[in-house]
Design a protein around this ligand. Structure first.
Ligand SMILES: [Fe+2]
Length: 304
């Protein structure tokens, strides 16, 4: 069973339960809260959902960068608007509410994560016209093209804020089986970087050249995870024949999952919020469960 349902009434978790929830995540499971444990001001929700009536220009996916308190994805004429300011304030509140909840829920991690971007996703996922590698409706594991994690795990927390429609995912094989399906036949295992590549990466990161050519910033681990994301989406046979489990997230629910290892696709749904955390792989309650550890064991070399 991939989905583990958690009732609000069972919170807060005991230390033993908290370790168990971490373990379920690390194994590739989804922790699902039929009722969200994150509270929103009603006016924030109303504002986000009201965009559909007004035909607002902000009716598209927007990212919020908590570290810099900045919104991205806006056009030049939208950035200073009152509407953009309101959206920024809402995402700032959302980001800190989710962070506060996770700090008290995933206690075994002791907050050893970096707060990454939050996002508002008001676009209907079904039927989106996107290039193949950017499609969300094909099974994949997450990797960020321009922001390599260097081994940190990608934990994502979602809220379905749609008042009436479920958000519909499909999930597939656990990470170990994915690796078995794709390596070494379709995708070579990563190898440690040679000294020249390591030096080039340091220069790219130190000089800002990595912003021009994101690939230069990637460690062998990041490069492998990016390629895995791509080959999964490009493999029509895998997409058709792999084991699938369909999951419906109810209106008003929340869920979280390590999306760099749990293969997933979004089939349909509109209006979601999301906050990403980059979790230190050394704090896993199942030692060796992080993909960087799995891959380094297979490769017999350091990959970050
Ligand atoms: Fe994804």
């Amino acid at each position: 069973m991939t989905v583990h349902s958690i009732a609000l009434g069972s919170l807060p978790s005991s230390p033993e339960q908290a370790r168990m929830w971490c373990a379920r995540l690390e194994e590739g499971g989804i922790l699902y809260f039929p009722e969200t444990p994150v509270s929103f001001p009603a006016e924030d929700l109303e504002f986000l959902l009201s965009r559909r009536q007004t035909g607002s220009k902000l009716h598209k996916n927007i990212a919020y960068k908590p570290g810099r308190d900045r919104l991205s994805g806006l056009g030049r004429d939208e950035s200073g608007s009152e509407e953009a300011g309101r959206l920024q304030a809402i995402l700032r509140r959302y980001s800190s509410a989710v962070s506060a909840f996770l700090a008290g829920f995933l206690t075994p991690y002791g907050g050893r994560w970096r707060l990454d971007f939050a996002s508002y996703r008001p676009i209907e996922e079904k039927g989106r016209d996107l290039p193949l590698r950017r499609r969300n409706d094909l099974l994949h594991t997450d990797a960020f093209p321009t922001r390599p994690t260097r081994g940190a795990r990608i934990l994502r927390f979602f809220n379905n804020i749609n008042p009436s429609q479920t958000r519909n995912w499909v999930v597939s094989e656990p990470f170990a089986r994915l690796l078995g399906a794709f390596t070494p036949g379709k995708l070579a295992l990563p190898r440690a970087a040679d000294p020249l590549s390591r030096a080039a990466r340091h220069i790219a990161c130190a000089t800002g050249l990595g912003a021009l050519v994101p690939r230069w910033k990637r460690t062998p681990y990041d490069e492998f995870m990016m390629q895995l994301h791509n080959v999964m989406k490009e493999d029509a046979d895998f997409q058709t024949t792999c084991a699938k489990e369909f999951v419906e997230f109810a209106p008003g629910s929340s869920w979280m999952v390590y999306t760099e290892t749990a293969s997933h696709a979004v089939l349909s749904g509109q209006y979601a919020l999301e906050q990403t955390f980059l979790v230190d792989p050394s704090v896993m309650v199942i030692p060796g469960s992080a993909p960087v550890a799995v891959l380094e064991k297979m490769a017999g070399e350091k990959l970050t």
